[in-house]
Design a protein around this ligand. Sequence first.
Ligand code: RIB
Length: 302
Amino acid sequence: MAKITVVGSISTDFVVTVSRRPEIGETIEGELFETSFGGKGANQAVAVARLGAETNIVGAVGGDGFGDLLIANLQEENISIENVERVTEESSGAAFINIENKDNSIIYIPGANGKVTKGSIERAHAVLEQSDFVLIQNEVKQEAVEETIDYCYENSIPVLLNPAPGRPLDESYINKVTYLTPNETEFSILFPGEQMENIMKRYPNKLFITLGAQGVKYHDGNEIVNVDAFEPKELVDTTGAGDTFNGAFAVAVTNNLSIKNCVTFANLASSISIQKQGAQAGIPQLNEVKENEYYEKEWNIK
Ligand code: RIB
């Protein structure tokens, strides 16, 4: 069984469903309010664990009651919490999510996630060293992202950076990551003013641009490839679709699939995830993906 470590945020999502967003100074009535488990790091770890890998998470929660629930949820998902620090002076991370027309916009408050530092990653070197693959996103400090990439690069551990939310990144780090998975907005923050085609060509089989319903684009060394998205039976909520994609991609890489099949498998898992409300609720178990009509037996994901 592959060992995958996710470095990243662990948060509570406060989700409001509305028919439209209020104007400044306006009060409107919402349709639904729910809390659910989220955080890009935790969502990716849940995806990896449900799809069959031995999963560790490196992160932090606060000293509040939310922190207890967040930790219990990770344990229930069979994710090792040995490297989750308890930051008593902070509240746990939170995301305020508006869902309008089945699409979302998010305000993210780091809280304890903002206390994941270079030192936290250094304390987790042992678990990173034993990993077959490492995933990280941008809901923790830049110094933590850089230390993770540096350590993985120096120790030849494949590392995927999902640059969400978008923020600029020094080219030396782009060179050191094995995989980089921005969406369109994040792409334009990483490569301002650049044409996608040119940059994809510069980073073959490394840069995967996720385009939602339009699928995923990358350059395979010869040409630009567009792997179509699968249409869900019913679209309920796209929150966490990107996280499912990244987690599933990591699982596929550690199962030695070709790059194109890794993207296809990740697209399939992601299309299943958007058929339920909540970032983690729809993330499929491996058998659910295997039962899907588009799952290819030859992938043989274990
Ligand atoms: O990618 C979705 C996640 O990002 C949500 O679960 C929320 O926590 C946000 O920060």
